[in-house]
Design a protein around this ligand. Structure first.
Ligand SMILES: [Cu+2]
Length: 139
């Protein structure tokens, strides 16, 4: 009956994994065991190319376990190991990819390298000094 036991373990593991992924969104919610945390970051993503670019940049951050960006809401949901990284580092990666991250304006150099269709107007301007012009037009 070893196979039966194994099947039970597989079913249990699957439900645990499902439970881990189905938590309700929050700004920062500690979930599961250890240092696993989730943060939601509002970005200036415009299209599917932006999604790929941002997900790749965030995934390259050490300690990031998973990242999904919703193009409609522009929100990146990032699962990370709090012992290895933090939301500031994740936001910096997004900024360095040319997109704004919550209150942080996009890094201008990276922003200017983006294809025209991916340049969200005003993304690289600080929210507090926003003039309404696209940052790519300033130079
Ligand atoms: Cu884009």
């Amino acid at each position: 009956m070893k196979t039966l036991k194994f099947a039970t373990v597989v079913v249990l593991m699957t439900s645990v994994i499902f439970a881990m992924f189905s938590f309700t969104p929050g700004t920062v919610s500690a979930q599961g065991k250890g240092n696993a945390k989730v943060v939601e970051i509002k970005t200036s993503a415009v299209c599917g190319m932006c999604k790929e670019r941002i997900e790749e940049a965030v995934y390259a951050v050490k300690g990031v376990k998973a990242v999904v960006l919703d193009v409609d809401t522009k929100v990146a949901t990032v699962k990370y190991n709090a012992a290895k990284t933090n939301p500031d580092k994740i936001k910096t990666a997004i900024v360095n990819a040319g997109y704004s991250a919550d209150e942080l304006p996009a890094g201008e150099k990276a922003y200017n390298k983006l294809p025209a269709c991916c340049k969200a107007p005003g993304a690289c301007e600080s929210k507090t000094t926003k003039t309404g012009t696209s940052c790519g037009e300033k130079h």
